[in-house]
Design a binder for this molecule. Sequence first.
Ligand SMILES: *Cc1c(COP(=O)(O)O)cnc(C)c1O
Length: 237
Amino acid sequence: MASELPERLALIRRRIDACAHGAGRAPEEVELIAVSKTHPAALLREAIAAGVESFGENRVQEAEAKIMELGREGVRWHLIGHLQANKARRAVQLFDVIHSLDSDALARRLDRLCAEEERALLPVLIQVDLAGEETKTGASVDALPELVAVVNAAQHLRLAGLMTLPPFFEEAEQARPFFRRLRELRDELAAGGAFGGSARGELSMGMSHDFEVAIEEGATMVRVGTAIFGERGAAQS
Ligand SMILES: *Cc1c(COP(=O)(O)O)cnc(C)c1O
């Protein structure tokens, strides 16, 4: 129900703050990305009124309609779903950040499209597949060094961090090793200057049921949908 949104959002913010404090971290280090996929623009408008500044969408086409309606001023749009080559140009035009970079070919394509679209710099996160599941998208850990090199050589891409989507577990605690592993990979890359100078690099990890575990493991961006907007239709996850 739409009217519950401000309360749900406030609750999530309180939980983020409490969890960050408990982990000895500053709450400002954790950006809340409200995952609005499947929900109508009217509900996003309500979220903006309640203070949301970042939305996560997983489909370019669906996001396009909402971005056209709500605009890009004062709101940041994050692409968090798999990006197909034929949607890449539109993604470059529409999104502020792409979390789902998963191949050398896509990195090269995005760089070329940025040049064509006169987009100076596109922040990207590399999605890492830590489970090795066939159904999941993301770059394997083995492919990571090469992909990082391609992004860093690209003129119009800025490597902003790493993202992961662990397998679904009933117990949030079971996702912890995946979050920890992503942090270790991020730390190794940061030590080598992969994020530019001494930049530490973002960690996009944690969803409605496990964002607190992710924050304990160092998440700097949590992607929360259901806990803010309510359940999505069963057919549209
Ligand atoms: C849908 C989605 C989320 C949000 O999931 P919730 O369980 O609704 O919080 C986060 N990240 C990605 C990549 C998603 O596709």
